[in-house]
Design a protein around this ligand. Structure first.
Ligand SMILES: NC(=O)c1ccc[n+]([C@@H]2O[C@H](COP(=O)([O-])OP(=O)(O)OC[C@H]3O[C@@H](n4cnc5c(N)ncnc54)[C@H](OP(=O)(O)O)[C@@H]3O)[C@@H](O)[C@H]2O)c1
Length: 322
């Protein structure tokens, strides 16, 4: 495992573990998954993963509970990251919700407490006042945000009066927006971009095609899994496979290695089984050559999915077919 080259109280692994899947029926993993989830956490720990990401909204608290129980006594050794879902993130609400999350996780302090998304009405001034108090009393280590643009991330830092260590955003070979300004800022200021959906929710694994789309409500709502987009992704997957073959690796591992080239980026793939967490952790060790990276950039550029409004009627049709 490799770790972020930054001064943090505990090392932060370049590959973390995302746990939205835990306790969330909408991923469609069935009743056995809770037991597998615990095995995934234990295996991740063995492999040197130190960043475990959850949120109060995942499974309405179930993800936090499953993660906390699976970590057991190792909770204090790793970076436990959770998020407040900011319906009304006024300072006292932030404080009360952090206490509830810590209780579900079974931790004395949340190492990284993130605002899940920007609230369009409530300013970060009050939210960050709550965060500052939580840091002062030791219930929160580092503060993070999620789905923030650069301007608002920096505003949040000014409001906190301290670093907002990380911004967790969608970042993968099919969603490269953060490369424009968030990653350059993180590198210049000593911050971290946490890449969520780093495998495009499994799109980049190459496991799925138009005849074999994934199950579950989450991915039925994801336009990348429309038959048309799976078809359009063929070239990109072929390039991933080609690079993967040269490294004795899988397309998913190469998709992760592409992100991890940036020193201040960590990825938090979710996993449906123990073998995936093993492969994902191993991806931290893959060094892509410049020509391989260039080929991946070209292939990613050439992928033009149908998204936004144009995808909506197709998604509705795909949904009603199930
Ligand atoms: N802050 C936010 O707003 C936000 C939003 C979304 C997610 N997140 C966080 O980010 C985490 C990851 O994002 P995500 O779960 O949306 O997407 P992801 O990590 O891109 O995709 C996860 C899925 O990809 C498949 N997969 C994982 N490893 C694989 C491997 N080695 N080979 C083949 N397939 C593999 C698995 O599904 P199958 O095996 O079923 O194909 C797994 O459930 C979440 O768990 C959550 O913690 C945060």
């Amino acid at each position: 495992m490799r770790y972020v080259p930054l001064d943090t109280p505990k090392p932060i692994s370049k590959i973390g573990l995302g746990t939205w899947q835990f306790g969330s029926r909408e991923w469609g993993y069935g009743p056995d998954y809770e037991q597998r989830a615990a095995q995934i956490v234990r295996r991740a720990l063995d492999l040197g993963v130190t960043l475990f990401d959850t949120a109060e909204i995942y499974g309405f608290g179930r993800s936090e509970r499953i993660l906390g129980a699976a970590l057991g006594d190792d909770r204090a050794k790793v970076v436990v990251a959770s998020k407040i879902f900011p319906v009304l993130p006024l300072a006292p609400v932030v404080q009360q919700r952090a206490v509830a999350s810590a209780a579900r996780l079974g931790v004395a302090g949340i190492d990284l407490y993130q605002v899940h998304q920007p609230n369009p009405v409530v300013a970060d001034t009050t939210t960050m006042r709550g965060m500052r108090t939580l840091q002062d009393v030791g219930l929160v280590g580092e503060v993070g945000v999620s789905n923030y643009g650069l301007r608002r991330w920096r505003f949040a830092e000014a409001a906190l009066g301290r670093r907002v260590l990380s911004n967790q955003v969608r970042y993968s070979m099919v969603d490269r927006g953060p490369e424009k300004d968030l990653i350059p800022y993180a590198e210049q200021a000593g911050r971290i971009v946490i890449a969520y959906s780093p495998l495009g929710q499994g799109f980049l694994s190459g496991r799925y095609d138009a005849r074999n789309p994934p199950a579950g409500a989450v991915r039925r709502a994801n336009p990348y899994f429309l038959p048309e987009n799976l078809e359009r992704g063929t070239e990109l997957i072929a390039t991933l496979r080609e690079v993967a073959d040269a490294h004795d690796a899988t397309p998913s591992q190469i998709a992760l290695a592409y992100l991890l080239r940036h020193p201040n980026v960590v990825a938090i793939p979710g996993a449906s089984g123990v073998e995936q967490v093993e492969r994902n952790a191993a991806a931290a060790e893959i060094d892509l050559a410049d020509d391989e990276h260039a080929a991946l950039v070209t292939a990613a550029h050439a992928f033009r999915p149908v998204t936004g409004l144009a995808a909506v009627p197709k998604l509705i049709r795909a949904r009603t077919r199930k």
